[in-house]
Design a protein around this ligand. Structure first.
Ligand code: HEM
Length: 399
């Protein structure tokens, strides 16, 4: 139950529409200490200006955050979970600088752009598979498999292994809510990734993983655990975020058919429309944890050294002080400096890939199914539990 300004994050009513709660927080206590679903008590930052400053504040550490925000098992240095935490999103400079530089050398704009024809083909195949059906779950049939296939293709994960990946990834992202299934899923994922790296080391290809193995920068290179950790981060980020951009965007267009018709009539609006989906109902609800390395002030509140801090991206992106008419979905919004991809040194590395996937997905979906409609009332749609990501459990549509 949502009582006053406190909230039960697991309440389906909150999950269905968290925005009124965030709006109240922005008004009455924009930086507040709150118990998160994991049980951890953290400062949550809800206003745009504070959020943007916090995301770029070097006194808020990602490296220290790992030991606070994760399970006891994860803290044991040699545990699988620890091996999977040596990536850039769990690092501060200078480690972060080095990791991001090395990975960026393989994750180039050219490599991403070279995927375009293949992403178009995967999208076409998924739409072909939906042909002849009256009704489908668009998450299951389209929004989920598309980014999975793209990231697996990018990394060179064979098609037969992709279902197992999807299962492990779901369990890992749900974190503590997965209970006893969490550790086995992490262990299985680590084992798989290590085997994949060994195989690609023996027989290099043109995929990103081969690129990451070969990358060298003034005699520097990724260690084995940094490599497996990076692959893990890319797989999770590639699996669990873009699905929500496609799912949430389609939902926003279909719940108000005028928006769908407008975008069909003016396809040149698609780039600003995608930015507006990212702002209005972004795929990632909160930033990952940060921890204050010294006493500091955020939005007039003193945060003590050692305190965990989480930025509510969804809330910042609806801040009326930054976005005129913030609660309105405007497909032609041009001034849209949203924080859906984060901000500062940890700004999403995969943003160009996610934008390209979304452009291809919406272009083909609207062309193939101009009469697409929600098959159930918008109020009856179920949102996925958990605070980190914001996405629909399923999206039944009639074709
Ligand atoms: C619409 C889809 C996506 C959204 C909304 C999104 C969002 C984000 C956000 C908010 C962060 C920063 C988190 C923080 O500072 O706590 C981030 C970081 C990151 N994302 Fe994404 N992401 C998306 C897709 C992807 C994809 C497809 C990939 C890779 C294939 C990717 C790879 C990464 C990486 C590697 C980082 C860490 C960057 C660093 O620490 O320097 N993301 N993403």
């Amino acid at each position: 139950m949502t009582r006053g300004l406190e909230v039960d994050f697991t309440d389906p009513a909150f999950q269905a529409d968290p925005h009124p709660t965030y709006a109240a927080w922005r008004r009455t206590g924009p930086v507040r200490r709150t118990r998160l679903p994991s049980g951890l008590s953290a400062w949550v930052v809800t206003r745009y200006d504070d959020a943007r400053r916090a995301l770029a504040d070097p006194r808020l550490s990602k490296q220290s955050a790992f030991s606070v925000g994760s399970s006891e098992a994860a803290n044991r240095a040699a545990s699988p979970a620890a091996i999977l935490s040596r990536h850039m999103l769990a690092a501060d400079p200078p480690d972060h600088t080095r990791l991001r530089r090395l990975v960026s050398a393989a994750f180039t704009a050219r490599r991403i752009e070279s995927l375009r024809p293949r992403i178009e083909e995967i999208t076409r195949d998924l739409l072909d598979a939906m042909e002849g059906q009256d009704q489908v779950d668009l998450i299951d049939a389209f929004a989920f498999p598309l980014p999975i296939q793209v990231i697996c293709e990018l990394l060179g994960v064979p098609p037969d292994d992709r279902d197992a990946f999807r299962d492990w990834s779901n369990v890992i992202v749900a974190g503590s809510q997965s209970g006893s299934r969490l550790e086995p899923a992490i262990r299985a994922m680590v084992g798989y990734i290590l085997a994949l790296i060994a195989e690609r080391r023996a027989t290099p290809g043109t995929d990103l993983l081969s690129g990451l193995i070969q990358v060298r920068d003034s005699a520097d290179q990724l260690t084995e655990s940094e490599l497996s950790s990076m692959v893990f981060l890319l797989l999770i980020a590639g699996h669990e975020t873009t699905v929500n951009l496609i799912g949430n965007g389609t939902y926003l267009l279909l719940r108000d058919r005028d928006q769908w018709e407008r975008l069909r009539a003016e396809p040149s609006l698609l780039p600003t429309a995608i930015e507006e989906f990212l702002r209005y109902e972004g795929p990632v609800e909160t930033s990952t944890f940060r921890v204050a390395t010294e006493d500091l002030e955020i939005g007039g509140v003193t945060v003590r050294a050692g305190d965990p801090v989480v930025v509510m991206l969804l809330s910042a992106n609806r801040d009326e002080a930054r976005f005129p008419d913030a609660d309105a979905l405007r497909l032609d919004r041009t001034q849209n400096p949203h924080l859906a991809f984060g901000h500062g040194i940890h700004y999403c590395l995969g943003a160009p890939l996610a934008r390209m996937e979304a452009q291809i997905a919406f272009t083909q979906l609207m062309a193939r199914h101009p009469d697409l409609r929600l098959a159930i009332a918008a109020e009856d749609l179920r949102w996925r539990p958990g605070l980190l990501l914001r996405g629909l459990h399923d999206l039944p549509v009639s074709l």
